[in-house]
Design a protein around this ligand. Sequence first.
Ligand code: IMP
Ligand code: MG
Length: 179
Amino acid sequence: MADVQVHDKVFTPFIHQETIQECVAALALQISADFAGKKPLLIGILNGSFIFAADLFRQLTIEAEISFVKLNSYKGIASSGNISTTMGLEENLQDRHVIIVEDILDTGRTLNAFIPELSLQQPASLSIAALLTKPSALLFDIKANYIGFEIDNKFVIGYGLDYDGLGRNLPALYVLKDQ
Ligand code: IMP
Ligand code: MG
């Protein structure tokens, strides 16, 4: 696999497409086992999670629903610190088993702001599935229940993740070169 240039930066291959697919299949198997008969509601955080959420959801073998919200915290390659909701949730979460689907748990700021909002509706359970986590970047007490890959504190793109809007359609994950 070759390096790719996105805007002004060069990214190098990081996690292969096949490895991601195997990982997502394993997560789907585990979630299907844990939530059998519970009809969970997956909530994907847009935009970054849309590909992961679609692949994960497609591989669930149980009854499940999916919905999306749009939250924003990133500008360029750094978390801005301000979370805004630009597309809210329409479902009633009371007594539902909710699984938040995130592309990457970085500082945890997004979910730290979003989880209390969800909890107000008293779901039966609240879990987090994150394709990627950056444990050394985490600033809040948030733990994902389902994790694809733990990675170093480096900026990555591909498989839904972007650098200023671009790179989401790369089928594999790439990491910023010489970071
Ligand atoms: P947090 O609020 O700091 O946990 O950041 C969460 C969001 O920031 C993720 O859902 C991503 O959309 C974005 N993000 C964090 N790290 C990266 C990265 O390395 N590449 C692309 N987007 C990222
Ligand atoms: Mg995101």
